[in-house]
Design a protein around this ligand. Structure first.
Ligand code: IPM
Ligand code: MN
Length: 349
């Protein structure tokens, strides 16, 4: 087995706690096949040194085969850490620098896992879908500005950037996934209002659809998509959407499929020109940090996505299976610690 280099960014709050369990499971399923390098990044580093992501670190990360990321962020009331510094300077900087245009966010309802959905919504139905969220464009690029700042005439603009190149490559990736899955794809946008960007997405979606006669296509406006996410999530197989709509719909998807503690994600550069980064969808949860009670499952599932991306599908499948067995056995009354959950899954893989 050739050794692969995994860069590890635990981050803040519960980030390092859940990442430790992800690594435990990685080691159990692929003993000795990864060499790990840890990077100290996040709110604590910024407070200590004023650095968010030094160029030298970005260069080192670029040489890794993959990145496992926990979570970053200070406590919500912490005024010493201004909003946006870590989000733009670390997470988005990595996604953009490494061209992570596929932000892959799978969701499924594991048997036995409680969800807030009505029984009638889930009874006899399988909920198992992936959101392919565009990761490098849209409203996230920081295109805009403020004029007459601080005056009553202040104007702030945030202009969404959608290129034919960027939309086509992510739509193609999503169609390919749909063809490998149940053959259904839903474009989510808001082209009745966002006519410029929506028009581009629609046109490219239709063009690519013509190459996939066996894939059934569907379109939903983002607002309607949130209704169906709550009333009939089983209708979804692959959802493809832009950066911000994808951000929002995947939090909702996590919530309706058993909670954000199970929501995994991959920031993927499919061509492998740059390392891809895998992270739980949840944040650093400062309120429960240090207590050993965070659920590491989303991070463990993210390790599965990492292995799958690196071509270790069999190993990824073992993680998925072990998690399925573990979460199905969980019951409301019994609380296990972060490391107990990690131990259980690690010994089951
Ligand atoms: C996510 C997060 C990030 C996003 C933030 C922290 C930049 O919410 O990964 O979903 O908006 O993409
Ligand atoms: Mn989000």
């Amino acid at each position: 087995v050739t050794s692969r280099n995994l860069a590890v960014i635990g981050g803040d709050g519960i980030g390092p706690e859940v990442v430790a369990e992800g690594l435990k499971v990685l080691q159990a399923v692929t003993p000795g096949s990864f060499s790990l390098t840890s990077y100290d990044l996040g709110a604590e580093r910024w407070k200590r040194t004023g650095e968010v992501l030094p160029d030298s670190v970005l260069t080192e990360l670029a040489a890794a085969d993959g990145i496992l990321f926990g979570a970053v962020g200070a406590a919500p009331g912490d005024k010493t850490m201004p909003s946006g510094i870590l989000e733009r300077g670390l997470i988005l900087k990595i996604r953009f620098a490494f061209d992570h245009y596929v932000n892959l966010r799978p969701s499924r309802i594991y048997p036995g896992v409680p969800t807030p959905l009505a029984d009638s919504v889930t009874a006899g139905k399988e909920v198992d879908f992936v959101v392919v969220r565009e990761g490098t464009e849209g409203l996230y690029v920081g295109n805009g500005g403020v004029v007459r700042a601080g005056t009553p005439a202040e104007i702030a603009t945030e202009v969404s950037v959608n290129t034919a190149y960027g939309v086509e490559r992510v739509v193609r990736d999503a169609f390919a996934r749909a063809a490998r899955r149940r053959g259904k794809i839903t474009l989510v946008h808001k082209h009745n209002v966002l006519v410029h960007a929506g028009g581009l997405w629609n046109r490219i979606f239709e063009t690519v659809a013509a190459e996939y006669p066996d894939v059934t296509t569907d379109y939903l406006h983002i607002d309607a998509a949130t209704i169906f996410m709550a009333t009939d999530p089983a209708r979804f197989d692959v959802i493809v959407t832009d950066n911000l709509f994808g951000d929002i719909i995947t939090d909702l998807a996590g919530a309706v499929t058993g909670g954000i503690g199970l929501a995994a994600s991959g920031n993927i550069n499919p061509e492998g020109a740059f390392p891809s980064m895998f992270e739980p969808v949840h944040g650093s949860a400062p309120d429960i940090a240090g207590q050993g009670i965070a659920d590491p499952t989303a991070t463990i599932l993210s390790v599965g996505l990492l292995l799958d991306h690196l071509g270790l599908a069999e190993e990824a499948g073992r993680i998925e299976k072990a998690v399925l067995a573990d979460v199905s056995r969980r019951s409301a009354g019994t609380k296990r610690s972060t490391s107990e959950i990690g131990d259980a899954i690690a010994s089951a893989v």
